[in-house]
Design a protein around this ligand. Structure first.
Ligand SMILES: [Zn+2]
Length: 492
């Protein structure tokens, strides 16, 4: 469908004739139609990025991929920067840029099944990427003394040439060179630090499959603080040195949380975990589940574990969102509903059923006051981060638990996690697993909760708590963070 549409769109392009065999320029997502590409399967990205004292980038990124069809032309998603050269298998390739697409014509056509490499040399000042799908500016953002990367759902293309859709996961390696004494952190395991004259190069290897939107790179003044999960998963946290003590206290229960969720959902799906508290303030409430290294606004550190449920939420995403990613962005409730409900599970474990019911009753009020009229499973393209998706999704997950009982419910979650591990899933996949495990047709249940505008009343063990919930300003959906976060990089 999309390929047909784009084939027509290509006809007026002047620079070269449309070749007979070209990869698609979209993954066909229903909510973000432009992102992703077809014709190949990305296996690995190797990003070599040199950050100068002003925060500008000089980079070479190499994608290793396998052609899934004959290719005389292929696309990457890429926005901004100056491109110095594009090569395919080491040979210079013709290219052009159009509407966020980097369209590449290899000097020699690629055969179906052929493994190939595309390298892109680029440089320039990274710019925040305004996305109509996200409440914050995406991409590689600078702040005084460093930078961070936040890309969900479509911002990775603003700093890395990539097949920017969750349906094409890949492994990543990062080689980040930063001026001394700054520190670089990225997804995966730190495999080495190289000393240069005035800089250091940090090497990271993220070998587990990752959706592009979960990639991240941080530069700044950070200290590393290590621990380990009860199941032996290494945890490395990065904190700003001036709030190290408070941050270590706030993140002190993360190993216990990892043990708790491994019991409920199955083994933690990646080889490493850890958190980074950015030395930047995005309004005091920003966090993202970037794979194996979730990021947090420094305003989240309070020293009294007040924001602990956000840590729970980002950790739970590693099962729901990261290991099993949305097959289409309209299915984002699978990420956010399950991660938000994980907060309720932690509260129930930590404080009991009544406290959990208060959390759910509050969620119900938030959805009524702030939630969209769209069904949970049919969000508007600019409503991916609506209260209906988060709190509404959590209520639907609780209703599912009450419908099928605890044993079947956790069996469903573990099967969903195991069957779609390192891959993607859609609502239809969850309905199929629920139907199989419950031994009855669960489509009517999902129609009522996921595909209706109005949510039914959620079954609570303590319905009387509803009368004790009053929303405060803190319950309002996040607003655009302060523009102060986007100062220029401080020159050292
Ligand atoms: Zn989330």
């Amino acid at each position: 469908m999309c390929i047909h549409h784009l084939a027509r769109a290509h006809n007026h392009r002047p620079r070269f004739e449309p070749p007979p065999t070209k990869g698609g320029s979209t993954a066909g997502d229903s909510r973000i139609p432009g992102i992703g590409n077809g014709g190949y399967d990305a296996k690995h990205y190797d990003a070599n990025i040199v950050v100068d004292a002003k925060g500008a980038l000089d980079a070479t990124s190499v994608m290793t991929a396998v052609a899934t069809q004959p290719l005389e032309q292929l696309n990457l998603d890429f926005v901004g920067f100056d491109i110095e050269a594009v090569k395919v298998n080491g040979a210079k390739a013709e290219y052009k840029r159009e509407d966020g697409e980097l369209i590449i014509k290899p000097s020699k056509a690629l055969g179906k099944g052929e493994k190939f490499q595309v390298s892109v040399d680029y440089n320039g000042d990274p710019k925040p990427f305004p996305s109509k799908h996200a409440p914050v500016a995406l991409g590689w953002n600078k702040f005084p003394g460093g930078s961070y990367v936040v890309s969900e759902p479509d911002g990775t293309r603003s700093w890395l040439p990539v097949n920017d859709h969750p349906t094409d996961k890949a492994a990543y390696s990062f080689h980040i060179t930063v001026p001394k004494p700054l520190v670089a952190a990225a997804n995966g395991k730190l495999t080495g630090i190289e000393e240069n004259d005035n800089s250091r190069t940090y090497h990271f290897d993220a070998k587990d499959e990752m959706a592009s939107y979960l990639s991240t790179v941080h530069v700044g003044d950070y200290v590393r603080s290590d621990s380990v999960s009860p199941n032996g998963i290494p945890i490395r946290n990065y904190f700003p040195p001036d709030i190290l003590k408070e941050a270590e206290h706030d993140f002190g229960r993360v190993p216990e949380m990892m043990g708790f969720f491994a019991d409920k959902f199955g083994p933690y799906p990646f080889e490493v975990y850890g958190n980074i508290v950015m030395d930047a303030n995005l309004g005091g409430a920003a966090a993202l589940e970037t794979q194996t290294l979730p990021l947090y606004d420094r305003g989240m550190v309070t020293g009294d574990r007040r924001t602990e449920r956000v840590l729970v939420h980002e950790l739970a995403h590693h099962w729901f969102g990261n290991s099993v990613s949305p097959g289409d962005w309209k299915d984002i409730w699978l990420n956010e509903g399950l991660a938000s409900y994980s907060e309720a599970l932690w509260i129930e474990h930590d404080q009991g059923v009544e406290a959990r019911d208060r959390y759910l009753a509050r969620a119900e009020k938030i959805v009524k006051r702030y939630g969209s009229k769209n069904p949970i499973g049919e969000p508007a393209p600019d409503g991916l981060f609506d209260s209906k998706i988060y709190q509404g999704g959590a209520l639907a997950v609780h209703a599912l638990r009450k419908e099928v009982g605890d044993e079947t419910f956790f069996d469903i979650l573990r099967s969903y996690g195991a069957e779609h591990r390192d891959s993607t899933a859609t609502t239809a996949d969850l309905i199929a697993i629920s139907t199989e495990k419950a031994g009855k047709d669960m489509q009517p249940f999902f129609n009522e909760w996921i595909y209706s505008s109005e949510l039914p009343e959620v079954p609570l063990d303590n319905p009387w708590v509803r009368g004790s919930i009053f929303l405060t300003e803190a319950d309002a959906p996040p607003i655009e963070p302060s523009k102060e976060a986007y100062h220029d990089f401080r020159e050292l």
